[in-house]
Design a protein around this ligand. Structure first.
Ligand code: GLU
Length: 312
């Protein structure tokens, strides 16, 4: 049995981009008889908004997406993430780091503009025997980084992108797995959750493609089975940048308020996904049979203001 998840971060309501990735993940699972699990990624510190979990669920339901289990939250699982951090630290694969973002920027000789900033120059690697030593030195709790072993090249077959190969030590560097605020970082939490919750399929936006390499390294060192990945292009604005506040309000809520029906939104999303029967769909389930991941355009989809007026 295949298992996959919808994993919204309750930091705001769903916009067209999130909704499209969730619809694709849902179709991709349902078309293969898989189970859909809902996980609320509520470890995003101050960005998490009260009530956004309920809002995300309402939006998914409005669009017609369902799930077999969940929602599972991350906050109650802190002890479990800590246990995994300790295991990595004991194996010499995690170390405390007291560098601020500014320190990292200043020390990095060749900054790469990755989604996690420049490659960490390794300043704190081997510097402190324990987390307590790091705290003593800096006066505050340290973050923890994964010590990427030299020569760590990760190769994987992405179901959408094909063969991917990333040299993690050189191109991404030691990445944060535990934040100073005492919570696990996304890279660690997502791996522990996907492994513990038995996920075999991960379909998400391709802004997380390089994160897959980090995550696969974690799976390998924890000796956990690696799920299959599929990274799909994002929705962008006419300026070529990924859909965000600067493009105005593209939330499902707004389209709903403008009087668009879930069918109109669904059909627009299905059209953007290359679904051959997009204009006949009345609910996501109608699209299961005709769904083909290979038909999804391999370029980002440009939203040009559709759905603001009745569509098509
Ligand atoms: N919570 C993440 C997001 O909304 C998803 C992360 C993932 O799918 O691994 O972007």
């Amino acid at each position: 049995m295949l298992h996959g998840r919808l994993a919204p971060s309750p930091t705001g309501v769903l916009h067209l981009g999130n909704a499209r990735s969730f619809l694709l993940a849902w179709w991709d699972l349902r078309a293969r008889g898989g189970q859909v699990h809902l996980r609320m990624e509520d470890l995003d510190g101050p960005r998490v908004k009260a009530g956004a979990d309920q809002a995300a669920m309402e939006d998914l339901q409005w669009l017609g997406l369902d799930w077999d289990t969940g929602p599972v939250y991350q906050k109650p699982r802190i002890d479990r993430y800590r246990e995994v951090l300790e295991k990595l630290a004991q194996q010499g694969l995690a170390y405390p780091c007291i560098c601020s973002r500014k320190d990292v920027l200043a020390a990095a000789s060749a900054p790469h503009a990755g989604e996690e900033g420049p490659v960490y120059p390794g300043t704190c690697r081997g510097r402190f025997p324990t987390g307590a030593d790091a705290t003593r030195q800096s006066g505050t709790a340290p973050s923890w980084r994964f010590a990427v072993p030299e020569g760590s090249e990760v190769g994987f077959e992405d179901r959408f992108r094909g063969a991917c190969r990333i040299q993690v030590d050189r191109d991404l560097g030691d990445f944060v797995i535990w934040k100073r605020d005492g919570e696990p970082a996304y890279q660690l939490a997502v791996v522990v959750d996907d492994a513990d919750q038995g996920m075999t399929e991960i379909l998400r936006g391709d802004d997380l493609l390089s994160s897959a390499a980090r995550q696969i390294l974690l799976y390998q060192h924890l000796q956990w089975p690696v799920p299959r990945f599929a990274h799909v292009p994002l929705v962008i604005g006419t300026d070529g940048r990924r859909l965000a506040k600067r493009h105005g309000d593209t939330t499902l809520r707004r389209f709903r308020e403008l009087g668009r029906s879930p069918i109109e939104v669904l059909q627009w999303l299905a059209f953007s996904c290359g679904h051959p029967e997009w204009n006949r769909l009345q609910c996501p389930a109608d699209g299961i049979e005709g769904f083909d991941l290979a038909k999804v355009p391999d370029r980002p989809w440009v939203w040009q203001g559709e759905l603001l007026d009745p569509w098509p």
